[in-house]
Design a protein around this ligand. Structure first.
Ligand code: 8YV
Length: 324
């Protein structure tokens, strides 16, 4: 069968697909396919490994309804119109779980970096503006015994909570659409309302999917309900927060600071004021970017494709309903 891979992926995934006897078209690692290019290429293939944020919308599915399956090399699937995939009974899989540890590491790194204003201190040295030790300057906030509020407690949030408890004995609260009782038992997290999460958290970390419900849920009103010493960490999707409102909240000292691995758009413009605000650390969406995790993601995507092309269920299928 012919498989389109929309960006170069780690060799382990490519090898598995080739060993299974498939013919691969691997698009460039650095150039993003336009919607039209993607459709035209997908029309010539039986399956697609979608890497990055390809917009797989209703038009894509209408035009490419011949596809046997799509494997995403990501856990997030906000770029896919699942209803349209269902309409044409195309199974879509993701790479859940394998990136939870690596992504939660980045959330942890940002939490600590923001609490100690690490990125700006680095810049100060670079610019030659750090002169000498000042006992009352450059003070951070300690995380020991503080409250971590997880917005969207799933696998990544659980991994972060475990680290925050082990390192800083942090108390864990969370807000989800529905309670996650398994996670409550595992990490001793307490379910709270959205407003309670905002009011009680010293650190809020986002681990929710981007959906109509969560789009820009962290806006001016939400920031105004947070502690003035609070840290806002987002490693999920940039559109979960309103960037203008976040800038204003930090400039007006409504909150302490923010750590972002995701922005809207990506890449963030280099003139964005967030890059020069104190207590802000920005990274270029590297949550899953480790050798080990990317290998696992590529292997998982490949295994899902191989299963589907063997007329078996994709192990990590998102839209199970296509098999009903
Ligand atoms: C990927 C991600 O790096 O899995 C996700 O949802 O955001 C990241 O792991 C990105 O989507 C590229 O595929």
């Amino acid at each position: 069968m012919k498989i389109l891979i929309t960006r170069k992926i780690p060799q382990k995934g490519i090898q598995l697909l080739e060993e299974a006897g498939h013919t691969l078209t691997i698009h460039s690692e650095t150039v993003t396919l336009t919607k039209t290019e993607l459709i035209n290429l997908a029309k010539q293939h039986d399956a697609v490994v979608s890497v990055g944020g390809n917009q797989l919308d209703s038009n894509f599915f209408e035009q490419c309804n011949h596809l046997k399956c799509i494997a995403l090399m990501s856990v997030g699937y906000d770029n896919v119109d699942i209803n349209a995939a269902n309409l044409y009974k195309i199974p879509v899989s993701n790479t859940s779980d394998v990136l939870s540890k690596a992504t939660s590491d980045i959330a942890f790194l940002l939490m600590l970096a923001v609490s100690r204003n690490a990125f700006n201190m680095h810049k100060k040295i670079e610019q030659g503006s750090w002169k000498n030790f000042e006992p009352t300057a450059d003070l951070g906030i300690e995380l020991y015994g503080k409250t971590l509020g997880v917005f969207g407690l799933g696998r990544i949030g659980i991994e972060l909570a475990k680290k925050a408890k082990a390192a800083y004995e942090m108390k864990i609260i969370y807000h989800n659409r529905k309670r996650n009782e398994e996670a409550e038992d595992l990490i001793g997290a307490t379910y709270v309302s959205f407003d309670e999460l905002l009011a009680q958290s010293d650190v809020i970390s986002i681990h929710a999917n981007l959906s109509d419900e969560t789009r820009e849920i962290f806006d001016k009103t939400a920031f105004s309900k947070m502690k003035s010493s609070a840290l806002f960490i987002n490693t999920a999707r940039g559109a979960v927060h309103n960037e203008k409102d976040l800038i204003e909240a930090i400039q007006s000292k409504t909150i302490w600071g923010a750590g972002l691995d995701v922005t809207n758009p990506e890449p963030m413009d280099k003139t964005n004021p967030l890059l020069n605000l104190p207590n802000v650390c920005v990274l270029p969406h590297i949550g899953s970017a480790t050798v080990e995790t990317r290998d696992q993601m590529a292997l998982m995507a490949a295994r899902n494709i191989i299963a589907a092309l063997n007329n078996q269920k994709m192990p990590q299928v998102i839209n199970k309903e296509v098999y009903d």
